[in-house]
Design a protein around this ligand. Sequence first.
Ligand SMILES: Cc1cc2nc3c(=O)[nH]c(=O)nc-3n(C[C@H](O)[C@H](O)[C@H](O)COP(=O)(O)O)c2cc1C
Length: 168
Amino acid sequence: MSGDAVGDETLMQLFEAARWAPSSANGQPWRFVYARAGTPFFARFHDLLAQGNKSWCSRAGALVVVISKKVFDNGRPSPTHSYDTGAAWMSLALEGSALGLVVHGMAGFDYDRARVELGVPEEYAVEAMFAVGYPGRIDDLTDVEREREVPSGRRPVSDSVFEGSFGG
Ligand SMILES: Cc1cc2nc3c(=O)[nH]c(=O)nc-3n(C[C@H](O)[C@H](O)[C@H](O)COP(=O)(O)O)c2cc1C
């Protein structure tokens, strides 16, 4: 990423895309806590990251923690809260991609510290973080980072999709 700030309006456009995701009983369990580059919050969020993520995330325009409410508003447990929040994240990521932004999910951060430092209550799950920013120049990457900048493959559909019963 380039290090350019992602403006408030653009950031809110991403969250608006997430807002319209489908969810079980329209429970909308997703919550997002964000820190924009150049604000005092950014260093705090950045410090939650694992070392490997810290270097490339220093040039993010914003860092976001994705949180999911584990129960419906009536207290009943939601078996699909993570699934619904994942759908919201994907909507957001597609919107960002359409706008020419980088939106990169992360599990490499301190989940326990994120919960404490952001004040996340027990009935909410800390799901993931993501970085959002404008694409940077390939020359600004470290050698290790540059080597990783190749398209990722996927296993064939037949390895994930089965007729009739679970195929392993
Ligand atoms: C929930 C989630 C967590 C991830 N965690 C990290 C991470 O901590 N660090 C990282 O560099 N990439 C992370 N990724 C990126 C994945 O490694 C990447 O999406 C995957 O290898 C497929 O590559 P592609 O998205 O470029 O097609 C994460 C992605 C997701 C969706």
